[in-house]
Structures are given as structure tokens and as C-alpha cells.
Design a protein around this ligand. Structure first.
Ligand code: CP
Length: 303
């Protein structure tokens, strides 16, 4: 059974194929060409955490492909506590054609996937955010014509979003640099996995954001405190303060450099209003691309 749990699981050809199909779907949607690839299919969305972009773009994408979506709050269906993951997975596999899950622990996805007879899409876990990574690289492609050879400087935490994007960059011939405070870089498990499974140099990690962005085509940032890390908020605000994406940092970047953010943004923390609302920012184009890349993933999984 094919799933979409991590970008690292995709071959390079599969990743390129998803990007091409997403671009085709985006073009077709802009011309209002009807699409029916999910006709008769039911997709369940189970979310343990809040979401705007992921939930709405999936539900909208399913409707555009004439499928049916069912939104199920994680606490209502009792994912992992009302019955075992195996029992849950065996049961729901008979009711719907595909599952989209946003979970706290990535192990929940792995546990469900073991027993699932339908495809599962990771809509964010503590380990990765592959739907985001796919939309990110499509946006880079649109901004520059090709993603190959471009440098993405991720200014922030070595988190789930950074891991997915780093892998996508490695697979697509892009350079990924992580600019983060000491102690907030990639963990050893990710380093080992990347070195074993990605045919590219491991991303460079630096602690000086101003030097890091001097060769950036894209500066990428994300919130400093992710969902579930609220207890660390005060400490993180202090440690990440020098890593704010602001006019001073932008002045060190090349003039063609674009800014991406997976959103939601905490304006005044990781990014300032003037950068978010300025001409370099492509975060809303990036958010729009979630719709088309996820439609490509659903079509691919159900083929
Ligand atoms: N970037 C992202 O996943 O947004 P949501 O949390 O709103 O889904």
C-alpha cells in the first residue's frame, strides 16, 4: 500500500512527477477545467491539532476533484485511546478510500499505516510536514523557473517543516542551509536518515543568520514555538530573537531573494510586518500551492 508520510520515501522521479502534476492541476483549475479524478471516492480528514491551510485546502481540493470529504476531530474518533491503532485502522479502511491525518506523534501514522488497506497522507506530525514541503518547492520552481541550483536558507528551528524541505531540496538538486541558534539544529536521527537515504550532501548548519542569507535565493522562516512546545515559549523567544526575518536581515540578502513562510505567521516574532507585506514575500502564493500539490498527491495515491 502506497502512503504519503515523508518526502524521503519518494523516489526522485515520483517527486518530480508530483510537481509536474500539481502545476498541471493548477493551470487547469485557473481555466476552470472540470476534474473528476476522485469521483465516488471518500476521503476522511482526522485532525488532532488546529489547521486552516491544510484542512481547507484538502477539503476544497477533494471537492474540486468531485470526491467527498469527511472531517473528523481526533478527539471525537478516539484515535489511539478509544481502541488500538490497529483496530481503528482495520475498521476505517472499510469505510473510506483514503485518510488524511494531522497528529501529534509521527508514530501514530506509522502505527495506522501498518494495518491500513487504504492510503494515508501525513498532514503534519512532530517529525515531518511533507504536504508543506511539496508546496514549498513548487513555489520555488514558479518563482525562479527551475528549483535546481537554488539556495534555500531556513532561518529558524530544525523542526518538522525544515526536515521535509531539506529532504525535498536534497532530492531536487537545491542547496539547503539551516541558520539556527546553537542547540536547535537537526537531530541525530534525521542526520542519519538523510545520509542513508538522500543522495546529496547533508544541509549546512550555521549560527549566523546574517552571513547565511548573503547567497540566499529564498529565505524561509517558521514560528519559533510550534504546537505542543508552549512550555518552551519564553526560552525560545530569547534564543531566536537574533534570527528574526526583518529589514536588517533582508538587506544582507541578494536583491532577487524571496521570502517564504509556511504560515500561520507570528508577526513581530519570527518575521516583521514590513517583510511579510513586502515585495519579496511569496508566502501567500506558497499557501495557495498547498491546494494543487495535495490534489496531485491524492491522485497519485489512488492511481
Ligand atoms: N502551514 C500549515 O500547515 O498551516 P495550517 O496549520 O493552518 O494547516
Amino acid at each position: 500500500m502506497k502512503h504519503f508520510l515523508n518526502i524521503i520515501d519518494l523516489s526522485n522521479d515520483e517527486l518530480l512527477g508530483l510537481l509536474s502534476e500539481a502545476a498541471r492541476l493548477k493551470e487547469a483549475h485557473s481555466r476552470r477545467i472540470p476534474a473528476h479524478s476522485l469521483t465516488g471516492r471518500v476521503v476522511a480528514l482526522i485532525f488532532e491539532k488546529p489547521s486552516l491551510r491544510t484542512r481547507v485546502s484538502f477539503e476544497s481540493g477533494i471537492a474540486q476533484l468531485t470526491g467527498t470529504s469527511l472531517y473528523l476531530p481526533g478527539n471525537e474518533v478516539g484515535l489511539g485511546w478509544r481502541e488500538t491503532l490497529a483496530d481503528f485502522s482495520r475498521t476505517i479502511s472499510q469505510y473510506v478510500d483514503m485518510l488524511v491525518l494531522r497528529v501529534y506523534r509521527h508514530e501514530t501514522l506509522d502505527g495506522l499505516a501498518q494495518h491500513s488497506t487504504i492510503p494515508i497522507i501525513n498532514a503534519l506530525s512532530d517529525w515531518s510536514h511533507p504536504c508543506q514541503g511539496l508546496a514549498d518547492v513548487l513555489t520555488v520552481r514558479e518563482l525562479f523557473g527551475t528549483e535546481t541550483g537554488r539556495t534555500v536558507v531556513f532561518v529558524g528551528d530544525g523542526n518538522n517543516v525544515a526536515r521535509s524541505l531539506a529532504v525535498a531540496c536534497g532530492k531536487l538538486g537545491m542547496k539547503f542551509v539551516l541558520a539556527c541558534p546553537m542547540g536547535y539544529g537537526f537531530d541525530d536521527k534525521f542526520k542519519e536518515q538523510y545520509r542513508q537515504r538522500v543522495d546529496a550532501n547533508f544541509p549546512v548548519e550555521v549560527n549566523d543568520p546574517h552571513a547565511a542569507v548573503s547567497h540566499a535565493d529564498v529565505i524561509y522562516t517558521d514560528v519559533w514555538t510550534s504546537m505542543g512546545q508552549e512550555a518552551e515559549r519564553e526560552e525560545r523567544l530569547k534564543r531566536f530573537a537574533p534570527f528574526q526575518v526583518n529589514a536588517r536581515l533582508m538587506a544582507r540578502a541578494p536583491s532577487h531573494c524571496k521570502v517564504l513562510h509556511c504560515l500561520p505567521a507570528h508577526r513581530g516574532e519570527e518575521i516583521t510586518d514590513d517583510v511579510m507585506d513586502g515585495p519579496a514575500c511569496a508566502a501567500f502564493q506558497q499557501a495557495g500551492n498547498r491546494l494543487h500539490t495535495q490534489k496531485a498527491v491524492m491522485e497519485w495515491l489512488l492511481k
